[in-house]
Design a protein around this ligand. Structure first.
Ligand code: CTP
Length: 404
């Protein structure tokens, strides 16, 4: 069967949980889809299923220990990490999730994970109380923040006969997730993408500035997603701390709105898609004091401000046919109306409306809820989800608009 998994190298990590029996079906489906699969088991997983079953289905010896006991042959987790096009850990127990989140490399599976250059999919499976424990949520959040993909567990009857969330996702749905991941992996090849991200800082004097709470998470997630899908990406970023661009993204660091505009203007002619996520300061001090303003001199009582350039509007007005410019809007009232007016005013092709109305959305959070509003007025509403997944939705929308 020809699928997007055809010829792909998959490391299937299996840990010691009841759901390990489902991994046999998962392995069979992966092989049927044309993937080449190397199974890595934790020692505990062998209490649940035998390596013989797995090696027969995969056609490769199962790896579990660092060495083969009788020959002394060393299994290189580094080579395995480089061989993989994707690593899937199914089931992932609370213990393995904790080890992965904290770099506890005491078995072959976790060392392989730490060496993996490829995307990693984690499929949690455990009892409902373990799933609901704050340490599990925290560890899953950490794994997400490292860029791993979490294939959420389902609700239903568990091995304990209790009913709740913790069942491993069904093998077919794991395969479907991988298939659509590989399907999109090069769908932006040849496209040049410009992303603005983070806050800007507008200097008052050598030690003070006007700024805002933006962390850059949304913009970095969009730049990283575009890069993963094969685009050539330039990320113009204000000062940020806890976020990182993936290899291959060209990052231009700037401080002020004017510097951000200059950096964008340098690349805009060679841009197919521009996504403006930066929280640009609308105003800056009319003058920057050359020395620290002293309290006694009352110099901070009144700071005269002037308007900053509107970067999105500048690019929106400059754009030619074939260039697609997307803005972001953060509104607190008359959200859709204000966002649509902003889209028109800035001559954008689409605007992504962030809602501040719900818990877990907006600045500094790891999750977001957005509506994608196209310039023809069509609104696509998304659920609240991690910013990495929001980035995927936004890029999917842009992709589908471009192929119309
Ligand atoms: N934007 C920009 N340059 C500015 C202000 C905003 O490029 N000087 C971009 C943002 O990156 C975002 C969009 O414009 O994509 C909307 O930003 P927002 O702050 O919501 O809009 P404003 O035009 O500043 O309107 P207001 O603050 O009055 O809501």
């Amino acid at each position: 069967m020809s699928t997007n998994l055809s010829g792909k190298h998959i490391v299937l990590g299996i840990t010691g949980g009841i759901a390990a029996y489902k991994s046999v079906y998962l392995l069979r489906l992966l092989i049927k889809s044309g993937a080449e699969v190397q199974v890595v088991m934790t020692p505990n997983a062998k209490e649940f299923i035998t390596p013989v079953t797995l090696s027969s289905l995969s056609g490769k010896p199962v790896i579990s220990e660092f060495f083969t006991a009788n020959t002394g042959e060393w299994h290189s987790h580094v080579d395995l990490g480089l061989w993989a096009d994707a690593m899937v850990i199914a089931p992932a127990t609370a213990s393995t999730i904790g080890k992965m989140a904290n770099g506890v490399a005491d078995n072959m599976l976790v060392t392989t994970y730490l060496s993996a250059k490829a995307p990693v999919f984690v499929t949690p499976a455990m009892d409902l109380d373990m799933m609901a424990h704050p340490s599990t949520s925290r560890n899953l959040e950490l794994l997400r923040s490292y860029g791993n993909h979490i294939i959420d567990s389902e609700s239903g009857e568990l091995a304990s006969h209790l009913v709740g969330k913790g069942r491993m996702a069904e093998p077919q749905s794991i395969v479907d997730t991988l298939d659509s991941f590989f399907a999109s992996s090069h769908d932006l090849a040849g496209k040049r993408v410009l992303v603005t991200a983070g806050p800007t800082r507008e200097a008052i004097d050598p030690v003070r500035f006007i700024g805002n709470y933006s962390t850059g998470k949304m913009g970095y997630a969009i730049a990283n997603e575009c890069r993963r899908r094969g685009a050539e990406v330039t990320l113009v970023s204000g000062p940020v701390e806890a976020v990182k661009a993936v290899d291959g993204v060209k990052v231009i660091g700037v401080e002020s709105a004017r510097e951000m505009l200059d950096a964008c203007l340098k690349v805009f002619d060679n841009t197919d898609i521009a996504v403006m996520t930066a929280a640009v300061a609308d105003y800056r001090p009319a003058e920057v004091a050359s020395r620290k303003i002293k309290r006694e001199e009352n110099g901070i009582d009144n700071i005269a401000l002037v308007k900053n350039p509107d970067i999105a509007a500048t690019l929106g007005k400059m754009k030619s046919d074939g260039q697609y410019v997307v803005g972001f809007a953060l509104e607190t009232d008359h959200e859709a109306e204000n966002a649509m007016a902003k889209l028109k005013r800035k001559n954008l092709d689409a605007i992504v409306l962030n809602s501040l109305a719900e818990k877990g959305t907006g600045f500094g959070t790891d999750t977001n809820r957005v509506d994608f509003i196209a310039n023809d007025g069509t609104v696509t509403r998304f659920d609240i989800k991690p910013k990495i997944e929001v980035a995927r939705d936004v890029v999917d929308m842009i992709k589908s608009m471009l192929s119309r």
